[in-house]
Design a protein. Structure first.
Length: 205
């Protein structure tokens, strides 16, 4: 079994290229990134936007879990800043929207990213300091971790308060995942999602 953060199935060239492409997409099409957004889309028409963001979060989680040691300081900053911004988006959602399939899917993905980052930085990085940015642990402890967990805890409490509806939420989430195709980690799905959002007139499916 590979140690967390040392899986090499994702090549460093691919990871760097995809993250760089993400930055470019955000620069060119900021409106489809749900980073510190005022509203979380919750209708079926908005599923492509949510799917796109869930795929981005999933990619980041996979990179941290498999190959975190190859990330540069700038790439870590991009991932952790995005993590906090996604939490700000779901935190701003009304209580009624927190239980919709779209928002639950985004919360689930972002929570997974938070877990991956916390486990890596708190348990892997201290054992391999030479492989990671020197300021990563201090920035995590002083900035990113407090911000993320401060927003995550109320979200989890609100979701847990609706535990009596958990079965219905689970069924809705499964339906959402099947319809959107969020089944596994797929870099290609990120590309397809972007094509759907920014070039619909050319008939991408």
């Amino acid at each position: 079994m590979q140690e967390l953060g040392t899986e090499t199935s994702l090549t460093s060239e691919l990871i760097h290229a995809v993250i760089e492409q993400m930055k470019q997409w955000r620069s060119d099409h900021d409106e489809i990134f749900l980073l510190d957004a005022d509203v979380v889309p919750s209708t079926s028409d908005a599923w492509p936007v949510v799917t796109f963001n869930v795929e981005l979060v999933t990619f980041m989680s996979e990179v941290i879990s498999r190959s975190s040691y190859i990330l540069s300081s700038d790439e870590w900053d991009f991932i952790l800043c995005s993590l906090v911004a996604w939490f700000q988006t779901v935190q701003a959602a009304s209580l009624s929207l927190l239980h919709t399939p779209c928002v639950v899917a985004l919360i689930t993905a972002v929570a997974t990213l938070l877990h991956s980052a916390a486990v890596c930085i708190e348990h892997v990085v201290p054992q391999r300091l030479d492989d990671y940015p020197t300021s990563l642990i201090s920035e995590w402890q002083d900035v990113f971790s407090p911000s993320a967990f401060e927003m995550a805890l109320p979200l989890f409490v609100n979701l847990a308060s609706a535990a009596t509806y958990s079965s219905r939420l689970m069924v809705s989430l499964v339906i959402f995942q099947v319809q959107c195709g969020i089944i596994a980690f797929r870099v290609s799905a990120v590309v397809v999602s972007l094509m759907l959002l920014v070039r619909p007139q050319e008939g991408y499916i």
